[in-house]
Design a binder for this molecule. Structure first.
Ligand code: AMP
Length: 170
């Protein structure tokens, strides 16, 4: 939940880690991809997100974090949201220097924050996620957020951009 925006925070990475911990069928399918830093196959992700967006706490809106990460995921999300007439207000791209990013990941020390796994996640980001920015720029939804600074500074920039987008579209 993001109290300031009154919408649930939906992190697909967090959902997958939870599924792995609970040893669910999705968790068992996803584990090898998280461990190696590769993207989980799109259909698994689209089904997971669609089911989550159908929960009652998403009726008044939602903040997706880490999804979509590929153009086919973005297209599937668009198709689903336009079918249920719930268009996105904005897409927030957190911009940060790659060197700073790697330092942050190492300091965080999550299971998939090993140097070789980080490298693979960067490859996946460059090959599959960067094109998502252009996709949403074409749709007029992309807002860049400067993600350099303290967590509080970055979070307040994110909130300001999200509030602005929400008020503009409602
Ligand atoms: P994150 O917590 O967002 O850094 O995600 C951790 C890992 O979960 C990623 O490296 C991927 O293996 C997987 N993952 C999370 N979101 C997605 C997504 N939208 N598409 C494919 N894989 C994902």
């Amino acid at each position: 939940m993001v109290p300031q925006l009154r919408v649930p925070h939906i992190s697909t990475g967090e959902m997958l880690r939870q599924a792995i911990e609970n040893d669910t069928p999705t968790g068992r399918q996803a584990k090898q991809y998280l461990d190696s830093g590769q993207l989980v196959p799109g259909q698994i992700m689209v089904d997971l997100v669609r089911q989550r967006l159908e929960q009652p706490d998403c009726t008044a809106g939602f903040l997706l974090d880490g999804f979509p990460r590929t153009v086919p995921q973005a297209e599937a999300l668009d198709e689903y949201l336009s079918r249920c007439k719930r268009p996105l207000d904005a897409v927030l791209e957190m911009q940060v220097d790659e060197e700073v990013l790697v330092h942050r990941l190492i300091a965080r020390a999550r299971g998939d924050d090993q140097p070789d796994v980080i490298r693979q996640r960067m490859v996946a980001y460059h090959e599959q996620t960067i094109p998502v920015s252009a996709y949403y720029r074409r749709h007029g939804l992309l807002k860049a957020i400067d993600a350099l600074g303290t967590p509080d500074e970055v979070f307040s920039r994110l909130l300001a951009a999200a509030e602005l987008a929400k008020n503009r579209t409602r």
